[in-house]
Design a protein around this ligand. Structure first.
Ligand SMILES: Cc1cc2nc3c(=O)[nH]c(=O)nc-3n(C[C@H](O)[C@H](O)[C@H](O)COP(=O)(O)O)c2cc1C
Length: 140
């Protein structure tokens, strides 16, 4: 039971993948689907994109997050999709963003680091860090 004033517990995931055919038109297509669909499902988040990596955080009701992740996993605009973090949260990082996008200056891992598995080896704090910086820079 949720008591008045208690935060609603929701789900947050962070995953990474490798772009397939990355360019501005592909990215625009992804962002337009995200911004059209996510509000309907109560989902917010951010997508960090670089030629070698997508790093996405999505947050919202657990069943919406699970359903969206299943769709995203099957998308052929990327491959090697790997879940890096899944957690229950009482507060969102991107409450005002159906999908914030960032072309990766916020990433401190180089393409070489990513290829060598730095994201899989990162701690939850390290994975959250670029999103916390983004969220602070774009409050809404
Ligand atoms: C890296 C990446 C991130 C995506 N993020 C989202 C998202 O946040 N929300 C969403 O609805 N679709 C997202 N998609 C697109 C979905 O895989 C799928 O194409 C889309 O949800 C289909 O929507 P439609 O049936 O309205 O065209 C993403 C795709 C990729 C490759």
């Amino acid at each position: 039971m949720t008591l008045p004033g208690e935060p609603t517990i929701e789900k947050r995931i962070i995953y990474r993948s490798q772009p397939f055919g990355f360019d501005t038109a592909v990215l625009a297509g992804i962002l337009s689907a995200a911004r059209r669909n996510n509000p309907r499902y109560g989902i917010t988040g951010a997508l960090i994109c670089r030629h070698d990596v997508y790093l996405q955080l999505i947050e919202g009701p657990a069943e919406s997050i699970d359903a969206l992740y299943a769709v995203i996993e099957g998308d052929d605009r990327h491959f090697d999709v790997r879940l890096l973090l899944s957690e229950a949260v009482g507060e969102r990082l991107f409450p005002a963003w159906s999908m914030l996008d960032d072309t990766a200056p916020s990433l401190f891992w180089s393409a070489g680091d990513v290829a060598a598995g730095a994201l899989e080896a990162a701690s939850p704090e390290e994975l959250r860090a670029p999103f916390i910086r983004l969220s602070a820079a774009h409050p809404g």
